[in-house]
Design a protein around this ligand. Structure first.
Ligand code: SF4
Length: 197
């Protein structure tokens, strides 16, 4: 699902900007100019321009501004702390039972989450939650990214997810329709591979 601004002519807090998947920051004076500049960026870098680029830009803006400025009921989308706790506990339990992938695999997955629009920062601090404590204990000594939080699709914290064995990923998240995951998601790629796609 993509979100839409209630008023596209009103400057959003922080202004009109878009951050590309490769972390390039593009700023403009209004929405239409931003769309033009983002297209130009793709063009200049010989990257394919997504057909729905304007929608992607609008959606990204909606995810960082107050929910009251967004057309849809945005908070319905984000998992609650309870949901995150539940999902993350399942992941961490499996990490303990089945073991973890190598650090370099996990690090590359964390990079994928870092630039993902479903890496959600909206649900506050989890430092006191059971899931966070379990994660810290289970992942001690392993690389973790401070720039990733929870995945809006799986409802789990991203750091422990990045250490999942393939069979665990399929078992826990294989039932989520593949199209819900964004194209560049490491988990999507893994599930597609498992489905023989
Ligand atoms: S959708 Fe994929 S890349 Fe995005 S946060 Fe979730 S697991 Fe990470």
């Amino acid at each position: 699902m993509f979100y839409h601004l209630k008023k596209k002519r009103m400057d959003p807090p922080g202004g009109w900007y878009f951050v590309t998947d490769d972390n390039f920051f593009i700023k403009a004076g209004n929405f239409d100019k931003l769309v033009t500049q983002v297209k130009r960026h793709f063009d200049v870098n010989s990257q394919e321009i997504p057909v729905d680029v304007a929608t992607l830009i609008e959606d990204q803006i909606c995810r960082r501004i107050p929910a009251s400025l967004v057309l849809e009921d945005i908070f319905n989308r984000f998992p609650t702390e309870g949901e995150i706790d539940k999902s993350t506990r399942k992941v961490v339990t499996k990490l303990r039972q089945e073991g973890m992938v190598a650090d370099d695999t996990a690090t590359s997955r964390q990079e994928s989450c870092k630039n993902c629009r479903y890496n959600s920062w909206r649900h506050g601090c989890f430092s006191c939650s059971v899931a966070s404590r379990l994660t810290a204990f289970t992942l001690r000594g392993r690389p973790e990214s401070t720039r990733i939080k929870a995945c809006d699709i799986t409802h789990s914290l991203c750091n422990p997810m990045s250490f999942m064995q393939e069979k665990v990923s399929v078992e826990l998240f294989g039932k989520i329709p593949i199209d819900e995951y964004p194209e560049r998601c490491w988990l999507r790629k893994l599930l597609e591979k498992n489905n023989g796609e």
